[in-house]
Design a protein around this ligand. Structure first.
Ligand code: FAD
Length: 286
């Protein structure tokens, strides 16, 4: 493994100072489930690794702040999947966290690491898009609130500016009844990144929100306000036509070892139809 310096700041100011001093030669380390692999295979060669786990402002935890729920940057997938608050109000996010890697990975993998790694296949991104999350970033110029839809740019690139790091993720309070689900297609059960991810939410106002990933450079959010998708007795052909329009921007790479573009697009349609049905059923059960 390439040699690097290791820093473990105790404060946010110290971490930002280190990021400013080292610029693109620094990498942040949270759970390490993505970074360590990059260090080992030589795709990442930082001069300095900055461990963020001791910084109080990033500490793990899920807090109900009334108008929003705040998730600390270093909250791991196991905590998200087990949280009663997340399971009851943001069920699809709990479902996404519960399928990341294995038990060992979920005990280490943080929510901030998942979105900052910049993988189009990151499982938590579709539910965060559907729930309209806000990324709280801190940097040399203070705190920024970044709508999640502006956060992923393309593979390995996020909206974070030089010197910035994610300190928390906020989920706006849910209003009214919503049925939601997170689905994924992978080559096999267990340790595998998804070939397609999809989250669907249907609310009592008949609005359907669908976010999908792993079929292009970044996950995408699409919203249907016509009420057609949300209609339990709606016409299947009409629904398929709307889904087709929602998926028009899907552009899977031909170079992926995981699945062909044709397979991914076919599975996207399957997950879309299935997701809408499950979300409607879940809404009806509330
Ligand atoms: C075997 C295996 C299976 C996996 N399966 C899945 C899966 O099914 N689904 C899935 O989505 N992912 C999967 N992953 C990927 C990985 O576990 C997740 O992306 C994880 O959430 C990354 O979090 P981490 O804390 O380990 O990040 P790290 O590896 O510590 O960091 C990842 C990246 O994010 C940056 N970063 C971390 N924290 C911050 C912060 N606070 N602010 C700014 N940048 C930050 C780091 O600099 C680095 O570039 C898998 C990984 C492995 C090894």
């Amino acid at each position: 493994m390439h040699a690097f310096a290791y820093e473990r700041p105790a404060t946010l100011a110290e971490a930002i100072g280190l990021l400013e001093a080292h610029g693109s030669r620094a990498s942040l380390l949270a759970g390490g489930t993505d970074l360590i692999i990059g260090l080992r295979d030589g795709t990442q060669t930082p001069a300095v690794v900055i461990d963020v786990k001791r910084i109080a402002e990033l500490c793990p935890g899920i807090r109900d702040d009334g108008d929003r729920v705040t998730i600390g940057a270093t909250t791991v997938m196991t905590e998200l999947a087990d949280s009663e608050l997340i399971r009851s109000r943001y069920r699809a996010l709990a479902e996404a966290a519960s399928v990341v890697g294995s038990v060992q990975i979920r005990n280490r993998a943080t929510i901030a690491g998942n979105i900052c790694n910049g993988s189009p296949a990151a499982d938590t991104l579709p539910p965060l898009l559907v729930y309209d999350a806000v990324v709280v970033a801190a940097g040399p110029n203070g705190i920024r609130h970044i709508p999640i839809d502006s956060f992923p740019v393309r593979s390995r690139v996020t909206a974070l500016l030089p010197g910035e790091l994610v300190i928390a993720i906020e989920l706006p309070a849910t209003s009214g009844r919503t049925g939601a689900v997170h689905l994924r297609q992978s080559r096999r059960r267990g340790h595998d990144l998804a070939s397609v991810t999809l989250c669907c939410a249907v609310n009592e106002a008949a609005v359907t929100r669908i976010a999908y990933g792993s079929v292009g450079p970044r996950p995408l959010l699409r919203i249907d306000e016509s009420g057609v998708l949300a209609d339990a007795a709606g016409d299947d052909a009409a629904k398929a036509a709307i889904l087709e329009r929602m998926f028009a921007a899907a552009a899977p790479s031909r170079n992926s070892m995981r699945a062909s573009p044709e397979y991914r697009l076919a599975m996207l349609r399957v997950l879309g139809t299935r997701g809408v049905r499950i979300a409607i059923d879940r809404l009806a059960q509330k």
